[in-house]
Design a protein around this ligand. Structure first.
Ligand SMILES: Nc1ncnc2c1ncn2[C@@H]1O[C@H](COP(=O)(O)OP(=O)(O)OP(=O)(O)O)[C@@H](O)[C@H]1O
Ligand SMILES: [Mg+2]
Length: 497
């Protein structure tokens, strides 16, 4: 039904797409895989009419089509949900869903009831934690992503393209989304699915196209392909199996001691210790207090009660800057909102925390800075045309690497991570996790909150499972397995089904 042949797209000297081809049938769910910067989003933007192709052909039902504008793309039956979201923060959920395609045609003639009914249905089907008139900026990223899907579905597409839309969603949200989309697939909807979480890809897709450096290198049926094979085609290298830490940290010297923490109606008596050199994982379904917990620890929460000892002394933070001064670093899961300064250069993005601390930036030679920036870029394998280019010319995953990189050079005592590797490809993710483990060997403690269970199980020494603002269970040692974790997240004891 859809066929893409030898697609090319350049940005100046950067060849974002060199030679990308794939085809898909009606009702097919195909994964589009590739490392950060391999050209997936560029391909999506070409199909959506946001970027004009520089070469190649696109066919629909055997007829060549020219996607010259977003409007044209829409009329051809394409609809996208974007990695960077296309929502307007100040508008409501319902208004965002129908944005640019309000029913009734002419502005002023919008049939409000129809809009609200559609939004209600999407909220129910996708399990969005909002009302139709909730302002989008009030939602967390995972719920905003679901609104983005609702918006794409409102256009009633033939081909739905999802570009890393699940990156900040929790497992339960993803499963619900998949079951909703599977129903639409039965009605003939074709779906192109981009994700760095291979488990999702296996759960949801039948086939995959793998891109490497802008070219399609492999077309594969997923049931015939092991994970290692996918990674091999994405990177050109075999994946080394990472070593898992069974236990970690210096036993009797906690860096952080928290007792009976209550806050913002969201935390209802949290007590836990984090040892020096330990990676403490935080797990849970979406919205069980994990976010608020981290906010207290980096000085961004409102009122809270309880006791927090940091290195044996009471911790009361006035602001995130205060946290940084005390040696507490923070990587936010909301890259777009809090992390990357889009217009600033790559090296400015790496050094922004240090300059916020007014520490030495003026005293260190520019040469040394760019050398350090280059080190970070090499260590994390950031694909950028140089250290001077603006951050927004990087692919999504490479932007996230800048956020991680800035903390690596800061050497904090406690590092708080909220989905730090969101949108980062498999290989780099395992590299970042290795770097984090290396950091803990120097006594740094890490609190690692993630919506990705596989990753938590891989990186954390212990996992605290949040449920309704409390710690429902602490997993460590032999209890660190997927099934125990999943049932604990649902508030169930034991490892039964
Ligand atoms: N507007 C732009 N200006 C300059 N270069 C760009 C622009 N958009 C993308 N690129 C470059 O094109 C290449 C492909 O980027 P793209 O965003 O398509 O990657 P991706 O596969 O979606 O990666 P990710 O998994 O990190 O999202 C990258 O090298 C990126 O830096
Ligand atoms: Mg992308």
């Amino acid at each position: 039904m859809l066929k893409v042949e030898h697609l090319k797209k350049n940005f100046g000297t950067v060849k974002a797409l060199r030679d990308a081809s794939f085809s898909m049938g009606r009702g097919e769910i195909r994964a589009l895989l590739g490392s950060n910067g391999s050209g997936k989003s560029t391909l999506v933007r070409v199909l959506s009419g946001l970027n004009r192709k520089d070469g190649g052909k696109i066919y629909l039902d055997g007829v060549e089509v020219n996607v010259t504008s977003p409007k044209k793309s829409f009329h051809l039956g394409f609809s996208m949900a974007y990695q960077d979201l296309s929502l307007i923060p100040k508008l409501s959920v319902a208004d965002n869903m129908v944005l640019g395609k309000e029913p009734g045609g002419k502005a002023g003639n919008i049939r409000r009831a129809e809009v609200l009914a559609f939004a209600e249905k999407m909220i129910a089907d996708l399990g969005i934690n909002a009302y139709p008139n909730t302002i989008v900026s009030r939602l967390d990223l995972s719920n905003q992503s679901l609104v983005e899907v609702g918006k794409a579905l409102y256009r009633n597409p033939r081909v739905l393209i999802l570009d890393e839309i699940t990156a900040s969603m929790h497992n339960d949200q993803v499963q619900r989304l998949f079951s909703c989309l599977n129903k639409l697939r039965e009605g003939g909807l074709s779906i192109l699915f981009v994700s760095h979480r291979l488990k999702e890809v296996y759960d949801f897709c039948e086939t995959a196209t793998i891109l490497r450096e802008g070219g399609s290198v492999k077309d594969i049926r997923l049931e015939d392909a092991a994970e290692g094979e996918l990674v091999y085609h994405m990177t050109g290298h075999q994946m080394e199996s990472g070593v898992r830490n069974e236990s970690g940290g210096i036993p009797d010297k906690p860096l952080l001691q928290i007792a009976d923490l209550w806050a913002e109606n969201a935390l209802r008596g949290i007590s836990l210790d984090v040892k020096r050199g330990e990676i403490a994982g935080i797990a849970g379904l979406e919205g069980q207090g994990q976010r608020e917990f981290l906010r207290v620890l980096y000085g961004a929460a409102g009122r809270w009660n309880g006791s927090i000892l940091f290195d044996g002394r009471p911790l009361r933070l006035k602001s995130p800057a205060d946290a940084v001064r005390k040696g507490i670093g923070f990587i936010s899961g909301d890259r777009d909102r809090e992390g990357v300064f889009a217009e600033r250069s790559v090296s400015e993005n790496i050094f922004i925390v240090r300059s916020a601390m007014k520490k030495l930036l003026g005293l260190v030679s520019p040469k040394k800075l760019s050398k350090e920036a280059e080190n970070v870029i090499r260590q994390l394998n950031v694909i950028a045309a140089g250290t001077g280019v603006p951050a927004n010319s990087l692919s999504g995953g490479n932007q996230q690497k800048l956020v991680v990189g800035r903390w690596l050079i800061m050497k904090p005592r406690l590092l708080l991570l909220d989905d730090p590797t969101k949108g980062v490809d498999v290989k780099t993710r395992s590299e970042i996790n290795t770097i984090l483990r290396e950091m803990t060997k120097t006594g740094v403690s890490i609190i690692f909150s993630s919506s990705d269970n596989e990753e938590l199980l891989h990186v954390a020494h212990r996992i605290f499972v949040f449920y309704e603002g409390k710690i429902f269970r602490e997993l460590g040692g032999s209890c660190l397995d997927g099934q125990t974790l999943t049932s604990a997240m649902l508030g169930m004891n034991g490892s039964g089904t």
